[in-house]
Ligand binder design. Structure first.
Ligand code: GZL
Length: 324
């Protein structure tokens, strides 16, 4: 009986509180609607790639446009820094927390703290691997497995005879790295003479891609194709391939993911052969979702962004209009 009355009591209190715009970010909050500024804590992965830079710009600009106060942190690709940032947002009693988990695991404890503090969490860009889906309200981002499939499909459609692939993986344990590999392997399984002969993480950075490619060129002189999980590592691989006296895009074909401006330029120049787009411009959708979850409205479990692919000819046509 006490619990039932307490629950009803809380609901009434909450209704009163939210009517005054003092929503605590839990179900029924009226922030945003009543004119009070929603406060979002955003824990970004880092600034490791052109994609990340574009994503951060999108989040900042969209928060401004949406009238949402943004507290922003850059974790420099370290999970412990993202966890610290999330804890800080909980202590500051923000209305909503959004973050791009640098890796898939190790989040349950801190997200349980957010849940207990009645602060809704939105996963953006990267997902987590947790059985407790009550720890976050929604996931907004790409289907990385499909991105990997698109990359592999292009290769199966263009390869003639045996192909040795060097895979430059993204950050170890990150959803895009795990899923882009999964999708690519699924697609090339259609052609057994396409083989991944070497796979190593370049941590989604240009320097990492160059360093790994230098080593792989020495250990695997028979590489025909590079599959890089992002443009930045592909651009690093191009530097290594040129330094080894080979022609990127001709002697060694290159497939990447993202479609940031530098990658699209290399594609237009024929140094990359195919790019699968991964859209970083998630800001507007993120702010719309944030307003809904703060008001306690229901949102879809998963919001997948629209993306396409580019060949060299297509890149030449769209390069001048690319926003990032
Ligand atoms: C994908 C994103 C990846 C990009 C990389 O959504 O998480 O991280 O593909 C970035 O460029 O570093």
């Amino acid at each position: 009986m006490f619990k039932k009355i307490a629950t009803i009591g809380c609901a009434l209190a909450l209704a009163t509180l939210t009517a005054c715009g003092a929503g605590d970010g839990s179900a029924g909050g009226s922030k945003g609607a009543a004119g009070d500024k929603i406060v979002m804590g955003f824990a970004q992965v880092g600034a490791e790639s052109g994609w990340r830079t574009a994503n951060t710009k999108s989040v900042r600009e969209s928060a401004e446009t949406a009238g949402i106060e943004l507290k922003f942190s850059d974790a420099q690709q370290k999970q412990e820094n993202q966890i610290k940032a999330i804890r800080s947002y909980i202590q500051q009693k923000v209305d909503v927390i959004a973050f791009s988990p640098v890796v898939e695991t190790g989040w349950d404890a801190v997200l349980l703290e957010a849940k207990r503090a009645k602060i809704p969490v939105i996963l953006t860009d990267r997902a987590i691997d947790s059985t407790d889906t009550s720890l976050y309200k929604t996931f907004l981002g790409s289907d990385f497995v499909e991105e990997g499939r698109k990359a592999g499909k292009w290769l199966t459609e263009t390869a003639n005879g045996p192909v040795n692939v060097a895979e430059l993986q993204g950050t170890t344990g990150a959803a895009p790295a795990i899923d882009r590999q999964k999708g690519f392997k699924e697609a090339i399984a259609q052609k057994p003479d396409i083989k991944i002969v070497a796979t190593q993480s370049g941590d989604f950075t240009r320097a990492g891609g160059k360093q790994v490619m230098e080593a792989l060129l020495r250990s695997h002189p028979n590489i025909n194709v590079v599959y890089a999980h992002n443009d930045d590592m592909g651009l690093g691989a191009i530097e290594a391939i040129k330094a080894a006296g080979k022609k990127p895009g001709t002697d060694i074909k290159i497939i990447t993911v993202d479609a940031v401006k530098a990658g699209m330029q290399a594609l237009a120049d024929g140094e990359i052969n195919y790019i699968v787009e991964c859209n970083p411009l998630l800001g507007d959708q993120l702010m719309d979702l944030a307003k809904k979850v703060v008001k306690g409205e229901s949102v879809p479990e998963r919001v997948v962004t629209e993306e396409t692919t580019f060949t060299t000819e297509q890149a030449k046509k769209v390069l001048k209009d690319r926003k990032y």
